[in-house]
Design a protein around this ligand. Structure first.
Ligand code: HEC
Length: 208
C-alpha cells in the first residue's frame, strides 16, 4: 500500500512539473506580447493567401524565423533581423517552419516585391532559378488560347510558357502573392531583453 501511495504521489509531482514547464511558463512568457508599432494586421486577401500557403505545404521547405547573429548568418543572407515574439502577433497558426530547403521567407515582401516575378516563379520556379528544386504549382493557374478581360496574364520570361497560349493566374495564386508581398517585418523593434526591462521610475525631487 505504501509503495502505491509513493507511486501515485511521484506521478502527480512529475505531471505538475511537466505542466508548469511546458504549459504555464510558456503561457506567462507570451501572454503580454503586444504587436510592434510597424506591424499591420493581415488584409482579407493576405489571409486567404496564407491559407493557400498552408494548403500547399510551403512551410515544409520555408521557415519564417530569421535567427539572431549568434545562431547563424541569417542577416548576412539578407533574411533580416532576428524575429521577436510580437512579430507573430497576428499569426494563427504560426508558420515558423523548421526546414530550410528554400530561403527564409519572413521578409520576402521586402526582398522581392514584384507581383510578376512571384506569379511566374510559383508557376515555374526553374524559369527564374535554373536548377531550382522548388515544385511548380501549375494548378494555381489556367492556360488559355486568349486572355479575357480582367484576366491576370503571367508575364513569363521568353520561351517559358506553353507555346501559343497564355497563362492566367487563378484567384488562389493572386492571394498567395499578396500574402508573400506582405511578408515584410523590416520595421525596427527593440531587442526582447530591452523590451522586458521596466522603465526606471524617475525619483521624485524632494521639495527644498
Ligand atoms: C521542396 C521544397 C519547396 C517547397 C515545397 C516550396 N519551396 Fe519555395 N523555394 C524552394 C527552394 C529550394 C528555393 C530557392 C530556389 C528558387 O528560388 O526557386 C525556393 C525559393 C522560393 C522563393 C524565393 C525566395 C528568395 O529569397 O528569392 C519564394 C518566394 C518561394 N520559394 C515561395 C514558395 C511558396 C509560396 C511555396 C508554396 C506554394 C513554396 N515556395 C514551396 C523550395 C521549396
Amino acid at each position: 500500500m505504501e509503495n502505491e501511495v509513493k507511486l501515485a504521489a511521484g506521478a502527480m509531482v512529475a505531471l505538475a512539473v511537466a505542466t508548469a514547464a511546458l504549459v504555464v511558463m510558456p503561457y506567462m512568457q507570451v501572454r503580454d506580447v503586444t504587436p510592434p508599432v510597424g506591424l499591420k494586421p493581415y488584409s482579407s486577401a493576405e489571409l486567404r493567401g496564407r491559407q493557400v500557403y498552408i494548403a500547399n505545404g510551403c512551410v515544409y521547405c520555408h521557415s519564417q524565423q530569421p535567427r539572431d547573429r549568434n545562431f547563424g548568418p541569417d542577416a548576412e543572407r539578407g533574411w533580416g533581423r532576428a524575429s521577436v515574439p510580437g512579430d507573430y502577433f497576428y499569426d494563427k497558426p504560426h508558420l515558423l517552419g523548421s526546414m530550410r530547403t528554400g530561403p527564409d521567407l519572413f521578409n520576402i515582401g521586402a526582398r522581392q516585391s514584384s507581383k510578376d516575378w512571384h506569379l511566374g516563379h510559383i508557376y515555374q520556379p526553374r524559369a527564374y532559378v535554373p536548377g531550382s528544386i522548388m515544385p511548380s504549382y501549375p494548378y494555381l493557374f489556367e492556360t488559355k488560347a486568349v486572355a479575357e478581360p480582367g484576366d491576370e496574364v503571367v508575364k513569363l520570361p521568353p520561351g517559358q510558357g506553353p507555346a501559343g497560349q497564355v497563362v492566367v493566374a487563378r484567384p488562389e495564386a493572386l492571394d498567395l502573392v499578396k500574402y508573400l508581398q506582405g511578408l515584410n517585418h523590416t520595421y525596427p523593434v527593440l531587442p526582447p531583453a530591452v523590451q522586458a526591462t521596466p522603465a526606471t521610475p524617475t525619483p521624485a525631487t524632494p521639495a527644498s
